[in-house]
Design a protein around this ligand. Structure first.
Ligand code: NDP
Length: 329
């Protein structure tokens, strides 16, 4: 079984020296365990954070350990009562071809409801993030102007469509003309190409009456542009800050935080895992929208197996993906 281990903590952008490709024997499951053959591995911006030796919501990946990753596959051997050979499951199995599990944090996937890739995207962790970030943290209401960054990505494209379905006016920000065109097809009211620059004025043009909810996936300059264009009582949901994840020094800012005072606004961070006991609610809501054709679940699936992981991860920072980015094993 091939696996990717953390060889050294990266400074800035991860490179070849960050990773080690290793081969191990495929183990037999013991009592209470089962063996999964991985088929798809989820590529997540959070992975970059797990490489840093800092205090966070999860401990860092240790040097020499298999890289932490969420993924899905099929049970091929089992000594566990709840997991039978042939079951399709998802869980935190790591960047590897085969994983032994005791079932902790492992979920059965119903492929009659949606394909595996969607269970890792709009019906998986990114979809849950979109749902609870928009509902609970952003508290979006019909008629609100919702600004969402990385809007063509896994979380962002789900947020944008959930907000549209709710009756919000939705402004998406994405990189490049193809993503802009795709988001217009999805029915967004305005789409900003971040590569065209001058974000503050682009947001102002798109939201002349101000932004009620900013769902922030990227941080940096766009967060300041949103702060400069808030509506009274606005909510900023801090979901992530991908524009800073490879920075070697902490960025300055946000510079315009006093807008929170002026507009009686709030800014709140959240971690999706805190909503685990309510995932059923979000899965029901999102799958209904998919069924009705009101939400398009999209995934970009890269080939190349475990060995392609180092390059595939960088794809997130280069914006190669539309929707959820996955690696086929
Ligand atoms: P995406 O599918 O959105 O992929 C990342 C996207 O970010 C790229 O496609 C690219 O889109 C954009 N991007 C990359 N670099 C930059 C940059 N420098 N400036 C602006 N945009 C950039 O990833 P996810 O949907 O998985 O994650 C989105 C965000 O949500 C991340 O910040 C992640 O950390 C966070 N997250 C937070 C969770 C939580 O519990 N709080 C849970 C899950 C995710 P483009 O080409 O359009 O610029």
């Amino acid at each position: 079984s091939q696996e990717i281990r953390l060889a050294a903590r990266p400074q800035g952008r991860p490179d070849a020296s960050t990773w080690q490709l290793a081969t191990t024997e495929v183990a037999e499951p013991g009592p209470g365990e089962f063996l999964v053959q991985l088929q798809q591995i989820s590529l997540d911006p959070a992975m970059r954070g797990w490489l840093n030796d800092v205090r966070s919501y999860l401990p860092p990946v240790q040097i020499g350990a298999v890289m932490r990753a969420f993924g899905a596959g099929t049970v091929i051997a089992s000594q566990h009562d709840d997991f039978a050979v042939g079951d399709v499951v998802s869980g935190t199995f790591g960047v590897r071809e085969y994983a032994i599990s005791d079932g902790t944090g492992v979920t059965h996937l119903d492929l009659d409801v949606a394909p595996m890739s969607t269970w890792l995207g709009a019906l998986g962790m990114p979809g849950m993030t979109a749902w609870f970030g928009l509902e609970d943290v952003g508290r979006a209401q019909p008629g609100d102007t919702v600004l969402v960054s990385a809007a063509a990505g896994a979380v962002g494209s789900t947020v944008a469509q959930l907000a549209k379905a709710k009756g919000c006016r939705v402004i998406g920000v994405a990189g490049g003309p193809d993503k802009v065109a795709w988001l217009r097809e999805l029915g967004l009211d305005e789409v900003i190409d971040r590569r065209e620059g001058d974000l503050l004025r682009q947001v102002r043009r798109a939201a002349p009456d101000g932004v009620d909810v900013y769902f922030d996936n990227v941080g940096g300059e766009l967060l300041d542009a949103a702060l400069a264009n808030l509506a009274h009582g606005a909510r900023i949901a801090i979901c992530g800050a991908i524009s800073t994840y490879n920075d070697e020094t902490l960025a300055e800012g946000p510079r315009r935080y006093m807008a929170l005072l002026v507009f009686r606004a709030s800014m709140q961070g959240f971690v999706v895992m805190d909503y685990e006991d309510r995932y059923d609610e979000a899965i029901a809501g999102i799958s209904e929208l998919i069924r009705d054709g009101r939400l398009v679940a999209t995934e970009t699936i890269l080939e190349g197996g475990v060995a392609a992981f180092p390059d595939a991860l960088l794809g997130l920072f280069d914006g190669v993906n539309t929707g959820k980015l996955l690696l086929e094993i």
